[in-house]
Design a protein around this ligand. Structure first.
Ligand code: NCD
Ligand code: ZN
Length: 401
């Protein structure tokens, strides 16, 4: 297949054409006779290293089909799915079982995390991506680090010993799981190996990551939302939403490159579950369909430069796990998204494809992709979902770390 249009290539938007063969980009050229013209601007598909698609066990919140469909509509062509399912992904059997089930439902490319445990050495052969929960959160108890494999290890850094159980509103939730709890957790990892710190919610945590030479991510909610918004338990998430000035400081850290990437921590719960009393409502916010479109809009509003946006959403996440995605270059997977910058729409939960049916970004301005291509095949064409279940499992290779 050959396509042409306005293409993001090496920091600029240029007129170019792509020759695609066997799911990969074979050539980037100035011009190819007969290439299909794609409207708008073409970017590499976004890479989300942190999603909870809830299979197996919590399919009433989301399943792999709706999760990856929402991802595609949100411009994401590769996701890493978290292991805090029921059963959790903690041994070869649960991994293979999950891989079998979700492979049949994947609408974008994907990979799967293991819970980091004593089997890590054996599990690495299946996929070298682990999640370490240091403290208790939705669907996980929190555990000690006993063995650190040479792998990509995403860490939920909060310590049980400094988490208070009870909170009745967002401000209290912030204080019940304070920033210092996150900073201390990261501190205990210093000198133990190489880690990637998930969803940093404090600038002090970023500083501690620098001390340990760890990479880190920030979520859209820690940048765009804060604890004083009238979200109630719908804004309850771990680590908690902080004060507004902290969200602003995290933006700066992202812009100057001290935070490496953005990852969604898409963690859907149903409206019913979220409507429970604050103290018992589950923590987690759905994200996967809205953050890339919101970032596109913010880029157009000059809140983030074009190049930096592509780095944090596409290039750097792919680099961190060592996969040939995230760039429009010869040899890279042909995972592409295209949008029209003039097509600014407001986020409406009724337009989204989540099972949970809500978003905290109601009314935010966004630029959604009208075309999404995964491995050279259309998943969304002119806004229509066309390519069902064509996502493939991508193995994360341990020898890259
Ligand atoms: C996550 C979930 O619901 O799976 N919730 C959250 O608040 N982030 C679990 C987690 O990663 O903490
Ligand atoms: Zn987490």
């Amino acid at each position: 297949m050959e396509i042409e249009g306005r293409i993001y290539h090496r920091g600029e938007i240029i007129d170019a054409a792509l020759e695609i063969d066997g799911g990969r980009i074979k050539r980037v050229k100035k011009y190819i006779t007969g290439a299909k013209r794609i409207r708008g601007v073409i970017f590499p598909g976004a890479i989300d290293l942190h999603a909870h698609f809830r299979e197996p066990g919590y399919e009433h919140k989301e399943d792999f089909y709706t999760g990856t469909m929402s991802a595609a509509f949100g411009g994401i062509t590769f996701v890493m799915d978290m292991p805090n399912t029921n059963p959790p992904v903690s041994d070869a059997e649960s991994f293979n079982e999950k891989l079998r089930t979700v492979s049949r439902k994947a609408n974008v490319d994907f990979s799967l995390y293991f819970l980091l445990n004593e089997n890590a050495q054996i599990l690495r052969e299946h996929n070298a991506a682990f999640k370490l929960y240091m403290g208790e959160t939705t669907g996980a108890k929190g555990s000690e680090v006993t063995y650190v494999p040479h792998s990509f290890i995403s860490v939920h850094a909060e310590l049980n010993e400094c988490i208070k159980k009870e909170s009745t509103n967002l401000r209290e939730h912030d204080l019940a799981r304070p920033e210092s709890c996150e900073v201390r957790a990261v501190k205990t990892l210093l000198g133990m190996g190489k880690f990637h710190i998930a969803h940093v919610s404090s600038v002090d945590t970023v500083d501690m990551c620098k001390v340990g030479r760890f990479t880190c991510e920030v979520t859209p909610h820690h940048l765009l939302l804060h604890r004083d918004m009238p979200l109630g338990s719908f804004g309850k998430v771990n680590p908690p939403l902080r004060a507004r000035w902290i969200a602003e400081r995290l933006w700066e850290e992202l812009l100057i490159g001290r935070i490496d990437i953005v990852a969604s921590d898409h963690a859907p719960h149903t409206v019913e579950e979220k409507e429970e009393e604050f103290s018992s409502a589950p923590a987690g916010i759905p994200e996967v369909e809205t953050y890339v479109p919101i970032f596109m809009r913010l880029m157009r509003m000059e809140k983030i430069p074009l190049r930096r946006m592509v780095e944090v959403l596409m290039e750097k996440p792919a680099e961190l796990i060592g996969i040939g995605k995230g760039k429009i270059e010869k040899g890279y997977d042909a995972d592409l998204i295209a949008m029209n910058f003039k097509d600014v729409r407001r986020v409406r939960s009724r337009d989204l494809h989540y099972k949970c049916g809500w978003t905290p970004y109601e009314g935010f301005e966004a630029i959604y992709p009208h075309t999404v291509i995964v491995g050279g095949e259309y998943v969304i064409e002119d806004g229509e979902f066309v390519g069902e279940r064509m996502g493939k499992f991508v193995k994360i290779e341990g020898n890259k770390f």
